[in-house]
Write a protein of this length. Sequence first.
Length: 283
Amino acid sequence: MKGVILAGGTGSRLYPMTVSVNKQLIPVYDKPMIYYPLANLISFGIKDVCIISSSDFVDKYRNLFGDGSQLGMSISYKIQEKPKGIAESLIISEEFIKNSKVCLILGDNIFHGISDIQIAANGATIFGYEVRNPSAYGVVDFDSHGRPTSIQEKPSFPSSKFAVPGLYFYDENVTEYAKTLTPSARGELEITDLNNLYLRKSEMTVYKLKKGSVWLDAGTPESLFQSSAYIQAVQSRQGLMVACVEEEAYKRKFINKDQLRNLIDKMPESEYKEYIRNYYVQN
């Protein structure tokens, strides 16, 4: 399986923070926002990743992660010139995906405690997460047997409290399916339309994220602050760092202990380095 991180968009909801910097490079507490989705992909065992951003910022990500070899990964980059919808990312990355299954994750979504999520063997897998304000998100509805019946994009009167987070798993057909979509009234290829296509074909599985799982959308000033506060609280209480990509790569055996040591030696003195150095000593 391959991974795609969509780190595009204008970040208009975070204006003026995003005038000169891409949203996914803004810190969530003590590390760039994009560390969180990348760490999720690593925790799923995904080594081959494509990061999609605008031409103005794609080199910033390349400077941050290079080709990924230092993490035992392969990281490539694609450009989305204009924000034409989440589903477009699966067309942009067609050459990267080829005939593989793929996990698409949004660069401004923060997940914690989901490393053991279920994924269906075939078709598409998305997730339902119970929220107070479902009308702000794509919403999935279920029948009395817990089977998905519909997925609606930001409904005014939602029939379910289960929002669809920005984490999607698709089979090898996803690019061809995405190409059949028609732009919405706002001129975008909607991910909800793609998911409904899978649903109509009876190729969609929806799992409700377990209690204790955390999903935060860091796309507004309030939710960005809440995300940072959550990460700070977890790390302070537990003494464990969330989304330390070097630690995740070592845990998944993408790199060995000598390679981890080399990464630590190249870091400037910082709390981040101190944490991963202590982790190295204890493991």
